[in-house]
Design a protein around this ligand. Structure first.
Ligand code: ADP
Length: 492
């Protein structure tokens, strides 16, 4: 496992010599120590990225040439799937099948953006029809410059790929700051880039804490674009830092996403997606459908089956066979979730199941699958993102009521609706104020489709062509054919 910073295609210690602990959340044991970058290290990484952009080969290569390197990176990630997935389990705690899924997705993201890089050779220019004779014009897409990417700990390698792959595809150079909670797989991207032949400085990786390494990256005048996934308070701080130098920015922040279940949904189908919507990845998912609204006629039946099934989820170490719920990512996160559960109880939400640390798992950061009913609409657990396996369920009686309850949130990342009536499902999908809407499912995420939120859930879209456009500037080039003098000052 790597333990140094990756700057200009070299592995270097932090200038301070400091390191920080990487902890296995299943038992709180320190498993590795990684370089702790400070402002001087971030400055060196940004300078390397700046030089690689201004004078290096990467932005000048053809899309096909960049695609060849990205494809090799994707191939190498795919070839190392099992090893990288196990590293993710050690670092994040998630069950191995989920980690394998993440790594396969990560390889897919590199392959997808390799294809888009190649397409740029034909798509990067567009003729523009002008309303004046004598002039022709075209719009040309160019890389934005140096991109600073700051990512969270819930899908460590996948979140890195959502930013690094489109940025490199566009011809940008990158400084990546992984979460200090889960730095291991993101660091491997350095080794993967080296092996694939990425030129020096095109990708730099600095591990360190938010204030020491993240903040200097956001404030650095040589960074042209910031891409961030994480919490609302940090996102808002990053936006303020970006404002000073007017950097372009994309933010994917929190959510408190609703899942509306109409009574014509088969109960077992509803249970499957309600559970997948909140318990998958330990509930540490920004798009988790953590507010469930169930139409009154099936409310009691769904609640009874839901509590029964939630109680059967196999909890344990991510490498154990059949485990569907691993530990939360660290003690701090576990503490935040348990505190939110206590707030829910105090404000009168009814605990239907779970609510604590599962018996026999006190050595790690585990939290039971937890279901609240009757959470007050103005209370903490109904409105605030908990980022854990905690779901609040309420009943509704009309479609209008369901939509109003679903939209009554300061977030707007995702929303889901289940119904056998396709017209109704489509109507509700259109009425949701959210950037990602699922019909008859919750959470499946596709590299080809736009990802991002309304309201406080963020700015801009990642993935698909939208993800690539985050890293492209548009330049207008207009020519005059000199067929006659312009004649404003110089009269014939
Ligand atoms: P959490 O507290 O759940 O880890 P954050 O949104 O704070 O969520 O963290 C997401 C990422 O943002 C991490 O990589 C973290 O180091 C980074 N970060 C935290 N604070 C700052 C900051 N002030 N400026 C830039 N990055 C930061």
């Amino acid at each position: 496992m790597q333990d140094k910073l990756f700057v200009n295609n070299e592995w270097v210690a932090a200038t301070s010599g400091e390191v920080f602990d990487v902890v296995d959340p299943s038992n709180n044991a320190v498993v590795h120590k990684v370089a702790k970058a400070g402002p001087a290290d971030v400055d060196a990484a940004v300078k390397a990225a700046r030089a690689a952009f201004d004078t290096g080969p990467w932005p000048k290569l053809s899309g096909a040439e960049r695609a060849a390197v990205l494809r090799k990176m994707g191939d190498e990630i795919a070839a190392r799937t099992d090893e990288l997935a196990r590293m993710e389990v050690l670092d994040n705690g998630k069950p191995l099948p989920e980690a394998v899924w993440d790594i396969e997705d990560t390889a897919g993201v590199f392959h997808f953006y390799a294809d888009l890089a190649e397409r740029l050779d034909n798509d990067a220019e567009e003729e523009i029809a002008l309303g004046m004779e004598g002039f022709t014009s075209k719009a040309v897409k160019e890389p934005v410059g140096v991109a600073g990417a700051i990512i969270p700990w819930n899908f460590p390698m996948l979140m890195a790929s959502w930013k690094v792959a489109p940025a490199l595809a566009a011809g940008c150079t990158v400084v990546l700051k992984p979460s200090e909670v889960t730095p291991l797989t993101a660091l491997e991207l350095g080794a993967i880039a080296l092996k694939a032949g990425l030129p020096a400085g095109a990708l730099n990786i600095v591990t360190g804490l938010g204030p020491d390494a993240g903040a200097p990256l956001t404030e650095h005048p040589d960074v042209d674009k910031l891409a961030f996934t994480g919490s609302v308070p940090t996102g808002s701080r990053i936006m303020a830092a970006a404002a000073r130098d007017v950097k372009t920015i994309s933010l994917e922040l929190g959510g408190k996403s609703p899942l509306v279940v109409f009574a014509d949904t088969p109960i077992e189908e509803a249970i499957e997606w309600i559970m997948f919507g909140i318990f998958w990845n330990q509930g540490e998912v920004c798009s988790a459908t953590s507010r469930v609204l169930i139409e009154a006629p099936i409310y009691d039946a769904v609640m009874a089956r839901l509590a029964e099934e939630a109680g059967k989820i196999k909890i344990g170490h991510g490498l154990e066979d059949g485990v569907l719920l691993g530990p939360q990512v660290n003690k701090a996160q576990q503490g935040k979730i348990l505190a939110a559960i206590e707030k829910g109880k105090a404000e009168g939400a009814r605990l239907v199941c779970g609510g604590g640390v599962p018996e026999g798992f006190e050595q790690g950061c585990y939290v039971e699958p937890t279901i609240f009913a009757d959470a007050p609409l103005d209370g903490h657990v109904w409105n605030e993102e908990i980022f854990g396996p905690v779901v609040c369920v309420r009943s509704f009686t009309t479609e209008d009521e369901a939509v109003a309850l679903a939209n009554a949130s300061e977030f707007g990342l995702a929303a889901a609706v289940m119904s056998a009536d396709t017209d109704r499902a489509e109507r509700v999908a259109r009425a949701f104020q959210a950037g990602i809407v699922w019909i008859n499912c919750s959470q499946p995420t596709f590299t080809e489709a736009p990802w991002g939120g309304y309201k406080k859930s963020g700015i801009g879209r990642e993935l698909g062509v939208w993800g690539l456009n985050n890293y492209l500037e548009t330049k207008q080039i207009t020519s005059y054919d000199r067929s006659k003098p312009w004649g404003w000052y110089i009269k014939e």
